[in-house]
Design a protein around this ligand. Structure first.
Ligand SMILES: [Zn+2]
Ligand SMILES: [Zn+2]
Length: 344
């Protein structure tokens, strides 16, 4: 059975309600796990370790940026600060790839929260691919599944299904943050089931097919810019290190924090059938994605920062696109639906 594109709230039927999530402190994770939906095929959906090849690729993707960070710090300590041009290079690469994820992969690809021209959608998705967080179709398929099963068995990266107690909470956090990347949830996404609409877009399929090219570009272009800035191999190394690896490290952990931190720590102003939270720090670093409880309550909304003070850079960018005629059918929740889901 195919899953319809995520153009409305995620399906609720298969789930058993977990009760009042704002009382999470009074209920154990063990209870939550027992409440997980009892579908007969649920066992099949429990994560299994990925095969050796996929685990090796993913471990490299997790560890290499960290090694880059250590090398960058060591370099700064021994040789000296990289200089303003390279700081600007990190920020520019971070914004391009980061908003490629938040606007391209997430709000546009996964949730169809606005429409734009197909080539522009493909460009946003290509920018997302530069983040080295997986190919567009895989990312979107996994994320639709996250919304469908959120914080229940079958959720690819819930941090809340590892049992009660401090140790299990830590285990859950690590699993939700990046441990799940080593499982079949990531290595065997059911793309045909979860993103059939995206598979019909030839531009997207093309971008997806050349994912490893975007990975190379993501690391190679900062190196080329670094070489151009300093006219030296030394500059190429600095560009690769800071604009490539360190920027990837930042982007990874900010995105992963939405999956871990924003399902464990923060406020829950809206009713949602999961444990998603709003977290200011994640919102500021994640271009607005940290307003995650808002997002789970209104998944198709292009705007995640629903209060005037909730800074949401991705939303402001979509708004600018709308004003320029580059975005239409921009979805935001009505006043009545906001009021209906607001917690007392
Ligand atoms: Zn979530
Ligand atoms: Zn989402």
């Amino acid at each position: 059975m195919s899953i319809a594109p995520s153009t409305s709230d995620p399906p609720r039927k298969p789930h058993v309600p977990v009760g009042r999530v704002d009382k999470m402190s009074n209920r154990s994770n063990e209870k939550l796990r027992k409440d997980a939906h009892p579908e007969p095929h649920a066992k099949e959906e429990i994560s299994q370790p990925a095969d050796f090849w996929n685990r090796s690729i993913m471990l490299t993707a997790i560890i290499a940026p960290f090694i880059g960070l250590v090398a960058g710090i060591y370099y700064s300590w021994t040789v000296g600060w990289m200089g303003w041009p390279f700081l600007l290079l990190i920020i520019a690469c971070w914004c391009v790839s980061g908003m490629g994820v938040t606007i391209g992969f997430h709000r546009l690809g996964t949730h169809s929260s606005f429409e734009t021209y197909r080539p522009i959608r493909a460009i946003w998705m290509m920018m997302g691919a530069l983040s080295i967080e997986g190919s567009p179709l895989v990312w979107c398929a996994v994320h639709r599944k996250h919304h469908q099963k959120s914080d229940r068995i079958g959720d690819p990266h819930s941090p809340n299904l590892h049992g009660s107690g401090f140790t299990n909470a830590v285990r859950g956090f690590i699993y939700g943050h990046c441990g799940w990347l080593l499982t079949t949830y990531w290595s065997q996404p059911d793309v045909k089931r979860y993103v059939p609409d995206l598979l019909e877009d030839k531009f997207l399929v093309w971008v997806d097919r050349f994912y490893y090219l975007w990975v190379l570009a993501s690391l190679g272009i900062p190196a080329l810019i670094g070489a151009a800035i300093t006219q030296s191999w030394h500059g190429a190394l600095l560009g690769f290190l800071w604009g490539g690896l360190v920027r990837t490290f930042m982007g990874h952990h900010i995105t992963w924090s939405i999956n871990s931190v924003c399902h464990m720590f923060g406020d829950r102003p809206f009713k949602s059938s999961d444990l998603s939270t709003n977290n200011l720090i994640c919102a500021l670093l994640g271009f607005g994605e940290g307003w995650h409880n808002n997002h789970h309550a209104f998944p198709t909304s292009a705007r995640h920062g629903l209060q005037w003070w909730q800074l949401d850079i991705s939303w402001l960018t979509i708004l600018a696109m709308k004003k320029l005629g580059l975005a239409w059918n921009v979805k935001v929740p009505s006043e009545s639906s906001l009021a209906a889901k607001k917690r007392a």
